[in-house]
Design a protein around this ligand. Structure first.
Ligand code: NAD
Length: 467
């Protein structure tokens, strides 16, 4: 579709909306710590007062149960808010750093200042938290923000567009709804930072658009996150933790374990235990379980069903219902390394299991692919743990758990290489949305003349020694 034809009224008003945000930022009101605190408190009020509405839209978009929305969307935003509200004043204070001898008497400090107007583009799999968590950081750091939620979670997108203006200062935060064409119009504008969550292909489009204005970007992307299970692992606990992380949100989680590399000596037992865990968690018929979500749309439903059919032996699951966008929790074995399911990020409830002879083989397998967003290792062997940590690269790692490192607010969350650049969560969000301004303050007296011309050998020796 021609972009001009598809422009909605919201798109036409983007330049004017941005001009409004820019002039608000220029007034300096978002720099006030009181103002930031009040805006963050309003987000908390939104979470408290609109909980049922959030349950409803997430049910509509992803077939999520209230409990799941509560635990994997709302509570994560609330935790981020509480953590940030308590600390951001300290983070915003100038950070004194050492000044070299020859520059004394004088002082050096790093000032965190807001960047300006930032753009946050979200995706559909966690459509609330993936825009509201970065928004917390953007506001705490004193910025104005434009949010572009994913059109593939339309009920949530519309909820944000309706509700955020009731709670936040409309002169400083705004929601633009729409899909790629609206994003394209937004990306043509000049922002002070772009925070994008989505797939690597679109990440490239975002970075290219940002380059035109030399706008810095944070890219929170995806990829195939491996999970390695060593023969020393506690297989019962491993099975529970792998199944939990894999089938959460029906596998539509950026850092879900994508595939399993399991020591061949324990493959059979792990498979048996994982099948039992699926039954424990979701019952005999996972379709009736309130804890098992649906595939976001028919396009992805067919993509995933094709992946199931494209190779491997079904150990459990494999069935689906298009009308309901349901795909049962599926485990595959005998999957060739070059099968289509091993070539793309699965992003659905299918877990291929590949046996390996030893950890070296697993590490070599992982290192043949792109740098993943997450890596999981289940082992009781400390030496092997160090070996895997030192010989692989990934955005983050959970050892003997899945997904958990992303919930630790003292740990930055982000990818590396093909899985992204930059990071957020907790203080990392504040830093991402701040400019680090270096400030050197010098006294008038004494005014050492060592660096001034004419330079001499003695001056040169002093500078080399003391600066
Ligand atoms: P998506 O289709 O919702 O796209 C994300 C955003 O990009 C949307 O707002 C969409 O409107 C916009 N967009 C799409 N095409 C565009 C284009 N050509 N130009 C400009 N904007 C465009 O989501 P998706 O990309 O299918 O999301 C799934 C991917 O996101 C997976 O790879 C997953 O791993 C990744 N992801 C990463 C994280 C993370 O934190 N690292 C979190 C969630 C999802």
């Amino acid at each position: 579709m021609n972009r001009v034809e598809s422009q909605s009224p919201a798109v036409e008003s983007i330049p004017a909306t941005l001009a409004r945000l820019r002039s608000s930022f220029a007034t300096g009101k978002t720099r006030s710590l009181e103002y930031r605190q009040q805006q963050l408190a309003s987000i908390q009020r939104l979470l408290d007062e609109c909980e049922h509405e959030m349950f409803r839209v997430l049910q509509e978009d992803l077939g999520r149960s209230e409990l799941e929305t509560s635990t994997i969307e709302i509570s994560l935003i609330a935790r981020e808010l509480a953590f940030t509200r308590k600390r951001f004043r300290v983070w915003a204070e100038p950070e004194r750093v050492r000044t070299p001898f020859l520059a004394q008497p004088g002082g050096s400090a790093i000032y965190r200042e807001p960047l300006g107007v930032v753009l946050i583009i979200g995706t559909w799999n966690y459509p609330l938290q993936l825009v509201l968590v970065p928004l917390v950081g953007a506001i705490a750091a004193g910025n104005c923000a434009v949010i572009k939620p994913s059109e593939l979670a339309p009920a949530t997108s519309s909820f944000l567009a309706r509700t955020l203006p009731r709670y936040l200062d409309n002169e400083c935060v705004t929601v633009v709804e729409g899909g790629p064409s609206e994003s394209t119009v937004l990306l043509a504008e000049r922002f002070d930072h772009i925070f994008y969550t989505g797939r690597p292909g679109v990440g490239r489009v975002v970075m290219e658009a940002a380059a035109k204005h030399l706008t810095p970007v944070t890219l929170e992307l995806g990829g195939k996150s491996p999970c390695i299970v060593d023969r020393t692992a506690d297989l019962k606990v491993s099975a529970d933790r792998i199944i939990w992380g894999k089938f959460l949100n029906a596998g539509q989680t950026c850092l879900a374990p994508d595939y399993l590399l399991v020591h061949e000596a324990v493959e059979g037992e792990l498979l048996t235990r994982m099948v039992a865990t699926i039954r424990d968690f979701y019952g005999e018929d996972p379709r009736t379980s309130p804890d098992f979500a649906r595939i976001v749309n028919v396009h992805h439903y067919h993509r995933l069903m094709r992946l199931i059919e494209s190779g491997g032996k079904i150990v459990v699951g494999g069935d689906g219902n298009e009308k309901d966008r349901y795909i049962s929790p599926t485990i595959l074995t005998n999957v060739p390394e070059d099968a289509p399911i091993m070539m793309e990020e699965i992003f659905g409830p299918i877990l291929p299991v590949l046996p390996v002879k030893n950890v070296e083989e697993a590490v070599a397998f992982v290192n043949r692919g792109e740098k993943p967003l997450a890596l999981y290792l289940f082992t009781d062997d400390a030496r092997l743990r160090t070996q895997v940590l030192q010989t692989t690269t990934s955005g983050g790692v959970s050892v003997n758990y899945t997904c958990a490192h992303a919930g630790m607010l003292n740990l930055p969350f982000g990818g590396v290489g093909n899985s992204g650049m930059g990071a957020y969560h907790g203080r990392a969000s504040f830093e991402t949305f701040s400019h680090h301004k270096s400030v050197f303050l010098k006294t008038w007296w004494p005014d050492f003349r060592t660096v001034y011309p004419p330079l001499t050998r003695i001056k040169e020796r002093i500078i080399r020694r003391f600066l």
